[in-house]
Design a protein around this ligand. Structure first.
Ligand code: TRP
Length: 332
């Protein structure tokens, strides 16, 4: 049999992406597309587990598609699609719900966090979020799933659900393996580097968004916290702020951290922060202008998403048909 090189990942079209999301997800998606059969989804069904403004959700969905492409995702090399365009996600999720225990969903860290954050709207979808994610992955028989560390628990449950189903019937699903991306996980908030740079941070100065203009990017880097040691060294324990800036620089300048350290030897923090800011801004400028250009060409984007949905549907429906047959759904 042919080796399974299928890879699946998704990003929610919620807040604007940060440079941490870029380093941890999108940049890797681009690198992986040459070596794997990649499926990249825009997870709008996951997004509605917390309340979204409809017009905004629609807009962000298209903007994320344009961003993926602007960052170098090639729709001819991988399947780029919107989750809600493939109804099999909801359908498989329903079946998998019957192989998932309420208790294990209640114990999910992200569910507990989000329940605290959205105490007025602890809806069933929020609790079911990991099962929908399992459906996403299992529909495509994906073997590899590149995600951030924060998704590790969700990936583990996807594996458990796949194994449970396979054991109850016969081998049906590929049991997926997580590829845990380090780069993004390492990017911390500029004003509080111990915290991960987040799309929804309270302090907007700590997160650099892919949509930030040059002046904003540079201003945020100028304000980044450092320390009083006055030397640019990678030492996350004693110099978390400086180390975070070095990590960011290494990702955006495509250099190793050691090379970056060397480059900034003897350089003052002010100049160092400015250099990092300029490097990030230089890197973002062409992505932003390409994204803007693509957003002017809605017909092209719609075409990409339509053909992506068709390709995705074909693969997904094959798995769904197998599942329906195994569980005893009467077919005509
Ligand atoms: N939950 C993921 C996140 O927030 C997004 C996601 C949805 C996903 N479905 C997926 C990631 C399937 C990997 C595979 O990052």
């Amino acid at each position: 049999m042919e080796e399974n090189r299928k890879l699946y990942s998704a990003v929610q079209p919620t807040n604007n992406l940060t440079i941490g999301n870029y380093a941890g997800a999108v940049k890797n998606f681009v690198a992986l597309q040459n070596d794997y059969d990649c499926f990249y989804a825009i997870a709008n069904m996951h997004a509605i587990t917390v309340r979204q403004e409809p017009a905004e959700l629609r807009k962000r969905t298209l903007a994320l598609a344009a961003l993926y492409i602007a960052c170098g995702i090639d729709p001819d090399k991988c399947v780029l699609y919107v989750q809600s365009h493939v109804s099999a996600h909801a359908e498989l999720c329903w079946v998998l719900n019957t192989f998932t225990y309420v208790g294990e969903m209640e114990r999910m860290t992200q569910f507990k966090d989000k329940s605290r954050k959205h105490a007025d709207n602890i809806n069933m979808g929020l609790m079911d979020y990991p099962v929908l994610m399992a459906a996403d992955i299992l529909l495509y028989q994906a073997r590899f799933v590149p995600v951030g560390q924060d998704q590790r628990q969700h990936l583990e449950i996807s594996r458990d659900i796949a194994q449970r189903f396979n054991n109850a019937y016969s081998p049906t699903f590929t049991v997926p393996e997580g590829i845990y991306m380090k780069a993004g996980a390492k990017i911390g908030d500029l004003s509080d580097p111990a915290k991960k740079m987040s799309k929804s941070a309270e302090n907007a100065n700590g997160s650099v968004f892919l949509t930030d203009d040059r002046d904003t990017v540079i201003r945020k880097f100028k304000r980044a916290v450092t320390d009083s040691l006055s030397c640019v060294k990678y030492d996350p324990e004693n110099q978390p702020g400086v180390s975070n800036l070095l990590s960011i620089y290494s990702v955006f300048a495509n250099k190793s951290v050691a090379e970056a350290e060397k480059e900034f030897e003897g350089v003052g923090y002010g100049d160092f922060k400015l250099a990092v800011g300029e490097t990030v801004a230089d890197m973002l400028a062409p992505i932003q202008s390409e994204q803007a250009r693509l957003l002017q060409d809605k017909a092209y984007l719609d075409g990409v998403l339509k053909s992506g949905a068709e390709k995705a549907r074909y693969v997904a429906n094959k798995t769904l048909a197998k599942v329906y047959k195994k569980i005893g759904f009467y077919g005509v």
